[in-house]
Every structure is written in structure tokens, then in C-alpha cells.
Write a protein that binds this ligand. Sequence first.
Ligand code: ARG
Length: 493
Amino acid sequence: MKSSNCRPATESQSSDKASTGSPAFPGKAADQKNLLRSRFKRPRFAEVEAFSASLPFDRRLYRQDIRGSAAHARMLQSVGLLNSREAKAIQAGLREIEREIEAGQFRFDIADEDIHLAIERRLTEKIGAAGAKLHTARSRNDQVALDLRLYLRDEIKELLSLLAALVQALAKLARDHTETVMPGYTHLQRAQPISLAHHLLAYIEMFKRDRERLEQTRARTDVMPLGAGAIAATTLPIDRKAVARELGFRQMSANSIDAVGDRDFVLDFLSAAAILAVHLSRMAEEIILWSTEEFGFVELPDEFSTGSSMMPQKKNPDLLELIRAKSGRICGNLAAMLVVMKGLPLGYNSDLQEDKERVFDTLDTLKPILSLMAQLWPRITFRTEAMAAAAGGFCLATDLAEYLVTRGVPFRDAHEAIGRLVKELSAAKRSLSEVTLGELQKVSPAFGPEVLKMLTPEQSLRRRRVVGGPAPETVRRQLAQLCRKSDPWLEKS
Ligand code: ARG
């Protein structure tokens, strides 16, 4: 096996000198630069090393890792496990390492396995013996749980603000379209008149629930695991509260086994993200449908549309199709992580290392979708005449039946009578809007002349005033409530 196949180019030039020369590691062999291998006779197969390393992806956690280490070191000093000179050297070293990584000068070496060991190795290279004290009363098991919790806490905040921007765009549009009638669909068949605003508010309701789920996930992520050590905490007199306080955690883990073996917060996140992605996929699908010639409800902006390589006339909604499809991979990330967790014994297992790529991929997929959707909606052209035309005709059949109910006709009988009328009219290729009072009175003598005035989608909409209904005044009230001052989420809209 040729090690060079699996190792990055920088590996062979890694600055081993500093650590082998360090007084902290007097007898360290050159091929044993991995900090953990003193109990082994031989180095790992390079292929094993490359397969097992998380460094290629968990480098992304470097800021959280450094933040966590800085807090840990301050605590170690406060309980007397580091003297002030050591603590100072650690803080300065960590700051330098952060700068090196940010400037692209840090040499990532796959032999370090992960970001935790990479940073610790570099710190010890830089400051010697004091660096070797940083990992006191800590394991990578509680360290990685901490890093991921810190990372997700911030990322969920970012997701929530992207989601808020989308909801604001929808609310703004809804305000302009409380009177824009369109058909509501059931079974994708025209059903009853609704308004565009009412339809958009349905999405806002879905996103409000997404927001709740993300906030709950954030609260469950906001638990400080450091101090759990590898599984059974530590015999050393650490101060977990101080670390939690410094890192801004609301809670501390209450059980060291759970602290290192739990990834419920990851499952919560992936699941909240999957549901949100499914909502966005449904939204994408509806815009695609509406943009077809068959529906003709909307025209997509050129900036968001694609041409065809063969058919010059085409204006394709590729972006929306991809948004629809990407929900598949976000749901896949949840499924993958559920399967990783299933059957794992408690405590840390390396299987848990698989969590990070699922989280990163979900975030990298979801964030641009939210941002693109928020920019797309205000640029869509609505064909309001086509929408109104589609909301007339038989969409008003239920209104007729309900009119009869107000005249004392039992609903089942009214339903049956209007059903017969629909059958006759459709056989004659006529629509409900063409029906005369005489014809209606033949269906039921209970019909009075005022019924004809009701037979427009606009009237139908106006009369659906029940709470949660599509009447413009009801929807306006709902919009006002949504944007009330006490809810900072939508304050800006
Ligand atoms: N790279 C590991 C992960 O991503 C960090 C924890 C490793 N702990 C261990 N005992 N191997 O989960």
C-alpha cells in the first residue's frame, strides 16, 4: 500500500520538527506524530488513516473548537489546573492558530484525524508544554459535541433570519393581493374561490411552524456538554458552570453518558430542516404548475428562468425544479442520520462522526433555497385575470348549495339539486355563470333573485368571513396580527 495515494501533499512536509524537538515529547518517533499512538508499536495504514479522518470536513468547526478551548483553558486556570503563564500562552496560541487558519496558512495534516487534534497539535508545536495541558479533563467526545452544538446554535439563528426574510416577502405580497381571486384546488381540481393572499398565508402558517420547530431545536442544542469527558466525567475539580456561562449556554448536560452519546439535537435539526425543505418543495411545485401554459397564472422573471438547448421558445423553471428535488437530499440526510443512530450503544461511538456532513450538507442546501425563494416571489408576474377567470363557473356550486341552506333546504338535498344542475350544464357545455334565475328556480323554488348577484368569485370570497377563511377583511386581519409589534420575526415587513 502506497501511503502517498491517500495522504494530502502537505502531509509529508508537515512541520514535525517542532513537536519532536519539544521537551514535552522527548522520545516521540517521527512516524508517530499522531498524539494518541504511544501505546502502539506500528503506525496506522495510510488508507485506514484517510478513511477514518474527519478533518477534511470538520475543519469547518475550527472557530467553535478554538472558542471552546479558550473557555476550557480559562476555567482550568480558575480552578488551578493551569498557571497564569500557561493560560496566557494557550490563549495567545489559539488566537494565532485562528489567524493562521483564516489566512489559509494552517497546514492541515490528515494524520491529525480531526480538527480537535489538528489544533491541539499545532498549539503544542507553538507553545510546548503548556499546549499539552489544554486537554486536561477533556475528551474529544465532549469536545466534538460542544463544537457541533456551538455551530448549530449560530446556524439555526441564521436559518431563522433567512426564513423570516422569506415570510416577510410573502406577507408583503399577500397585502397587495387580498382581493386577487383564484381557485382553491382539492385533488388538483378547481374547488372554490380563494385569494392569492389566502394561499400565501397558508405557506406563512407552515413556515411559522417551521420556525417553532427550529426554535425548539435551538433550545435543545443549547446544552453545554463539556465536562462529560470521554464518558464518566473527570476526577479533577473542574467548574462546568463557568464554561457554560462563558460560552453562553442556558443549560449543562445532566448526564455524562448522554452528553457524549446523544445526537438528538442533530436529529431534531435534520428533521425540522426536512419538514421545511418539504414545504419549500411544495411551494416550488406550485409555482411551476402556475407557470405552465395550462394554468397561466404566473410568469417567471427571466433572471430566474432557463432556456432550452434545442427548443428556442422554452422558458424553463429549472431553479424551482431543483429546489423541489433538493428536498430529497435534505430528507435523505435525516434518514441517513436516523439509521446511523439506530442500534448504537450508549456513549460515544465513531459512527457519530457521520453527523457533521449531514448537518453541513443540509445547511448548505437549505440556506440558498430560502434566500432564492425570498428574492423570487416579489419578481413573479401574476396573471390576475386568468386567475379570476379560473375561479368562476362551477367553483361557485357550493355557494349555491349554501344559499339553499339559508332558505331552509337541508344541505344534502341542496347538494344533490346543484349536482344535477352541474350535470345538465356541463352536458350542454355551459358554465354556472351563464345560468338564469328561471333555470335556478326549476332546480329549487327556494332561489330568489338576489342569488344571481352572489354568483361571482369576488362575492363568494367576500362572504367567506369565518375565522381562517379567505374573505379579504379576514385575511387582512390575519396579516395585521402576523405583523404585530410583539413578534419581532415580522416586525420589519
Ligand atoms: N472526529 C470525531 C467526530 O467527528 C471526534 C471525536 C472522536 N473521538 C474518538 N474517541 N474517536 O466525532
